[in-house]
Design a protein around this ligand. Structure first.
Ligand SMILES: *Cc1c(COP(=O)(O)O)cnc(C)c1O
Length: 357
């Protein structure tokens, strides 16, 4: 039976990415050697990094004055690299979930942190609005898509201070106005590549403003000046990321992706609204994530949670179990998820409803 992959991360990748990576594992760039056993400084691999950077810039329309680098350590390492490199005295953070909370914890080691808004009072089920960003903050940090709770900031915010965004789970899902951001970063394993590489898009002129000395490996300028080749970069995930970027371009780029993502998310949210058995966990429609659709059993049907999970799994729906801090279900609909898989999930939800009526 066909499997439909709804895992939240690591998660679904395009077949194109997986097939080309398998080929390169056998014979990379016609070298007669595996991608796993070649020098990262070979001209063939340097060309991979260069092309990946060029496609980042093309697909996201990154203006002049920004660098794109590939690092190890996951998005979580950025939680400390950002304040290390940028926080002189004070930074502002928006607390929209577990990842934001972790980022705040790290920043506090480097200076004053002003949490300007938080949705913790309601288990992070909304996006805070109407907060004020202090003009004397060195930067303002947001998490655009809250992978665990299923909320998303779908617009590019105006910030009086440099805007820093964790886009681990929604990068390339819609066009973004890069010029509004100072840093955009993310782990690759949600929407781009296998785990192991982190991308950072960084406006060059925000660096060099803090007094402290920064360890070489944790300093953005080290990696910018060496074009991600200061030390051995994660070779395989970067190669796979390039394949996904080529696939994205072929699909029509981020504008086209956004259209498909809206169709996929609407299909599922509409079914959740219609189906008497289920309820969305995010009340406000404008706060609902297109990437991670969270839902629970409706009142009176709570006892069927495990049964639905088993039923869905038997029908090839994989990875639907919600995060332990929310419960219920989470269907992750990243770029590589075809519309047909969402249709298949909706059909399973309808079949289950008919069984219970
Ligand atoms: C998964 C995730 C992270 C953590 O990424 P790692 O690469 O595992 O460190 C951070 N932020 C968001 C929004 C995520 O979804």
């Amino acid at each position: 039976m066909k499997k439909h992959n709804f895992y939240a991360g690591p998660s679904i990748l395009p077949d194109y990415t997986i097939e080309n990576t398998i080929e390169a594992l056998k014979d990379f760039a016609g070298m007669g050697l595996s991608l796993l056993e070649i020098s990262h400084r070979s001209k063939q691999f340097v060309a991979v990094v260069d092309e990946a950077v060029a496609l980042f810039k093309e697909l996201l329309q990154i203006p002049e004055g920004y660098s794109v680098i590939f690092l190890g350590g996951g998005a979580s390492l950025q939680f400390c690299m950002i304040p290390y490199n940028l926080l002189g005295k004070k930074a502002a953070y928006l607390n929209t979930g577990e990842w934001a909370t972790k980022a705040i914890k790290e920043a506090k080691m480097f200076g004053e942190v002003s949490v300007v808004g938080s949705s913790e009072d309601k288990n992070f089920n909304y996006i805070p609005r109407g907060y004020e960003i202090p003009a004397d903050a060195d930067y303002f940090h947001i998490t655009t898509n809250n992978t665990i709770y299923g909320t998303e900031i779908l617009e590019d915010l105006d910030s009086p201070v440099p805007l820093v965004a964790d886009m681990s789970s929604d990068i390339f899902s819609r066009p973004i106005d890069i010029s509004k951001y100072a840093i955009i970063y993310g782990g690759a394993q949600k929407n781009l590549a296998p785990a192991g590489v982190t991308f950072v898009i960084i406006k060059n002129d925000i660096l060099g403003k803090v007094e402290r000395s920064i360890p070489t490996m944790l300093k953005y300028s080290t990696h910018i000046s060496k074009e991600s080749m200061f030390n051995t970069p994660p070779v395989l995930p970067i190669f796979a990321a390039l394949q996904t970027l080529k696939w994205l371009k072929n699909m029509g780029g981020v504008a086209e992706m956004e259209k498909i993502n809206i169709r996929k998310a609407s299909l599922l949210y509409d079914e959740i609204e219609r189906n008497s058995l289920f309820k969305a966990t995010i009340p406000a429609k404008e706060d609902r994530s297109r990437m991670n659709v969270c839902f629970v059993m409706n009142e009176g049907f709570e006892q069927f949670e495990k049964e639905f999970n088993d039923f869905a799994t038997e029908h090839g729906m994989i990875g639907l179990k919600g995060h332990r801090s929310v419960g219920g279900f989470r269907a992750s609909l990243y770029n590589a998820m075809p519309y047909e898989s969402v249709e298949a999930l909706v059909a399973v939800m309808q079949k289950f409803e008919n069984l219970k009526k």
